[in-house]
Design a protein. Structure first.
Length: 159
């Protein structure tokens, strides 16, 4: 890779995480090193095991089984710290990979569980060849940093 781009997969439609995982699988198949950092998902999700089988590094915390709107203020503060810890770990390890996926990082920002400042500083100063993929709903504040922007719309789903 000559210059790594910043991708954004956003919108209310389904498939943002799935698309980022597809990119991870292709990158892994091409011999690239991938890190998958997952935000805002309190329990282990079904995609983690196959990613581990591909030797993709996973960064995530099993912090809560509640949605943010169900949390009281102390729970929100604790959950916010967990999201920040996940981002800091991903940033610290970003020099060890070619592709960094920040799954649901946008949702962490829009729900107030993560500040935009650290992410912005990282995006502006990321390693030149690093490809960064961000996913999550409601991304107007992060869109301006992206070279590739993908909008997922609700159409018709089975659930």
């Amino acid at each position: 890779m000559e210059k790594g781009l910043i991708h954004l997969y956003t919108g209310n439609g389904k498939g943002k995480t799935t698309a980022s995982i597809g990119l991870a699988v292709r990158a892994c198949g091409s011999g690239l090193r991938v890190i998958f950092a997952q935000f805002m998902k309190g329990t282990k999700t079904s995609e983690i095991y196959p990613l581990q089988k591909l030797e993709i590094q996973i960064i995530r915390q099993d912090a809560s089984t509640k949605f943010v709107f169900q949390m009281n203020e102390p729970e929100k503060r604790q959950y916010s710290q967990v999201q920040e810890q996940t981002l800091l770990e991903a940033i610290a390890d970003s020099n060890k990979c070619d592709v960094l996926i920040l799954d649901e990082v946008v949702s962490a920002i829009t729900t107030g569980m993560l500040g935009l400042g650290q992410l912005t500083a990282f995006l502006l100063n990321k390693p030149e060849k690093l490809e960064v993929i961000m996913t999550g709903r409601d991304a107007p504040r992060t869109k301006k940093y992206c070279g590739l922007y993908h909008q997922y719309a609700d159409r018709k789903t089975s659930f």
